[in-house]
Ligand binder design. Sequence first.
Ligand code: FEO
Length: 394
Amino acid sequence: MVSRELVPGVSWVGAYDFDRRIFDELVPLPEGTTYNAYLVKGSEKTALIDTVDPTKEYDLISNLVKLGVEKIDYIVINHAEQDHAGSLPMVLEFYPDAQVVTNAKCRDLLIALLHVPADRFILIEDNGILSLGDRTLKFLITPWTHWPETQLTFLVEDRILFSCDLFGFHAATTELFVKDEGWAYRSAKRYYAEIMMPFRNSIKGYVERVRALDPAIIAPSHGPLTKNPKMILDAYADWTSDAVKNEVVIPYVSMHGSTAKMVDHLMGALVSRGIVVKPFNLTKTDTGELAFALVDAATIVIAAPTVLFGPHPVVVSATYLANALRPKTRFAAVIGSYGWGGKTADTITKMLDHVKVEVMPPIMVLGEPDEKTMQALDRLADEILKKHKELNIV
Ligand code: FEO
């Protein structure tokens, strides 16, 4: 590892993880990730902002040793999740005089998850400040910028926001700062969908609070940093707004082709009405791409065959995930096929209890879809178009 300076006296001391392919055993990481930690030297005190995943703790220690850091006064922990706090026990061993600076909720989680001794903490409150001499750290307590204890840290004099999970994205890169903003936008949107979207309403307020700080650099805990905070703040303002797009997302599974024929017909009907359609064959898709598509689609149509008496389990899993992510989707419908009955549409609809959607009547067909089924799908496309027109998004 090689530490890099953001500005004189402030260095990235984190770790790359080019090989990691899944996070929380749930989130695919096609581009790997980084665990960013930062060292801030003031005229009187030195602070480490966050640590790294415990699998990379020697990278962090090596960076600090190579920088000749003999004393750390404060270790600011913005978030207790192990990919940022997991190396804290080792850092505390290396720097026995260091104190952990965080909020009370985060302290409780660090004690529970990492058994950090209770006497190592200094607790801060929202808008609290900590002087490093000629530099000042200001803390913003921002619950649900992943977990309920998560906070942000602002380096006042240099206008650097250490935003932890917020505004970051999973990508292993040796680039310290974003160079390709198109790539960064897409990666950050996927990350927002997977991690932040369930907390859209809380995050909406934090975006404006951060904007008021006028940061010069946003330094998240995953992925490269940005010197163009406006780009990511504007993107978050859009994603967290109530505005939806003229798009229909269709997650589907088909066992013997009947449901696939329905999806195919509905896609054609929607496209011919000027609606963008994003189908996801759930046996092949990357769930991160499905989450990405749900950030601003107006409608979701879930297409499922019936297994025994209910929906195909792969569709159940995707529906559970979509419901947990709480997209701002406005309309939903269920289509699919069955052999001898069952409650597929009813079961799926009941699973959407966290999404504030208007549910349209389902279209479930016995066996192979016939002409009548295709006409029903055309009417569903008409209804979706009507709903989208009412929102003025067509
Ligand atoms: Fe990157 Fe919520 O941890």
